[in-house]
Design a binder for this molecule. Structure first.
Ligand SMILES: [Zn+2]
Length: 72
């Protein structure tokens, strides 16, 4: 299984655990931290777990994004 790197932030070397899907169709692999930030910054974005990763990450990223959007 190849490891996808987080592409949501410059210089991040963490493995991606989710992908963020923008309404434009752009998919961005992201780690849990940057995935939450990217999802919060993406209007009507969606988060999906990457194959082979734990589904719990997508849920965690979604909740993280809600917290960021609320200014937490
Ligand atoms: Zn990252």
């Amino acid at each position: 299984m190849d490891t996808t790197r987080c592409e949501a932030a410059e210089g991040c070397t963490a493995p991606a655990v989710v992908k963020i899907l923008a309404p434009s169709g752009t998919e961005t692999p992201a780690c849990d931290v940057h995935g939450a930030h990217l999802l919060a910054a993406t209007c009507n974005g969606k988060v999906y777990p990457l194959p082979g990763e734990h589904d719990g990450y997508a849920t965690a990223v979604w909740y993280g994004a809600q917290a960021i959007k609320q200014g937490d």
